[in-house]
Design a protein around this ligand. Structure first.
Ligand SMILES: [Zn+2]
Length: 300
């Protein structure tokens, strides 16, 4: 006999630990394989979006959503998600399970998939309303993020409403950043677009036009998959990329004399073409490169 509430509590600890390790991106296999508690392996994701592991009676452990593509916020600013039933029968086991989760106030996990095969996790999530008439429920994310707010950040916020707004912005920003990284790296096949390095743990998703500036959105055509060195070199205008996808190294850096990092890691890349994503729709946007390239010209 498994203690479901114990498993859910252990799961939240596990998610916290794992997301520290994986940057908040879980693979489908990892979730299908699940996690082990008291010798039991609990699968966290199934073929259906609403998942009840075999050890559980009838309340799901997770709900999942696909949000492939940019800016598809599935959450409103009250952290609420309108989640569709499975199929059209309100009494289907999974749908009835969500209703039971609402009545018993059972915490679930909400998985969002920014690209096929990869997931972000939000927890705990509560089902707060059931709407058989529209074949959906309202789930509310009660994220633990608020505990991360520092005293000084809290100080500027007046009321509960203010706090929630701020917390929402924070959560949304984090989700977008994580999704941006995984979408950009995926588009480039986990290569540094400049030097081909293939270690995802050393790769970043760089913005062509910085976040917060006009057209600086976290979308793949505003992204470049760059290793840590080349990300910093790009941000600091040591290397630039022309609107025709050619790498240029800044003049003064081309003339320097130093060891192999400078020679192979920077100077030899001059005039080479970047690696482009497989799908043309993922290619860096020429107009954005143009704007950024102008900035590089002024720095040189
Ligand atoms: Zn590189």
């Amino acid at each position: 006999m498994v203690d479901e509430s114990q498993i859910r509590a252990s799961l939240f600890v596990w998610l916290e630990k794992e997301s520290g390790r994986n940057g908040g991106i879980f693979t489908r296999d990892q979730l299908l394989n699940g996690f082990v508690v008291d010798g039991e392996t609990i699968s966290l994701l199934g073929a259906k979006g609403i998942w009840i592991p075999r050890q559980f009676d009838d309340i799901p452990i997770s709900i999942a959503t696909y949000s492939h593509g940019p800016y598809k916020d599935s959450m409103d600013e009250n952290f609420r998600v309108n989640y569709k039933y499975l199929g059209r029968n309100p009494d289907e086991r999974e749908n009835a399970g969500l209703r039971k989760a609402a009545i018993s106030k059972t915490p679930l996990v909400y998985f969002i998939s920014p690209i096929p095969g990869k997931y972000q996790a939000l927890w705990p999530v509560f089902i707060i309303e059931d709407h058989p008439e529209t074949l959906s429920v309202i789930a509310e994310v009660k994220s633990a993020y608020i505990s991360e707010l520092q005293g000084s950040e809290r100080a500027g916020l007046v009321g509960e409403q203010d706090m929630r707004k701020y917390q929402y912005a924070l959560v949304r920003q984090r989700l977008h950043q994580q999704a941006f990284r995984v979408q950009v790296l995926d588009a480039y096949g986990d290569n540094c677009t400049v030097c081909h390095l293939k270690h995802a743990e050393l790769l970043d998703a760089a913005h062509i036009i910085p976040d917060g500036k006009p057209r600086g959105e976290p979308v793949v055509p505003n992204g470049l998959s760059l290793c840590k060195i080349h990300h910093a070199a790009f941000d600091n205008n040591i290397i630039g990329i022309t609107p025709d996808y050619i790498i240029r190294v800044r003049d003064d850096v081309l003339e320097e004399h130093d060891g192999p990092m400078l020679r192979h890691g920077l100077q030899e890349l001059h005039d080479h073409k970047i690696i482009l994503p497989h799908h043309k729709s993922d290619w860096p946007d020429r107009e954005r490169l143009e704007v950024r390239w102008g900035e590089f010209g002024r720095a040189g």
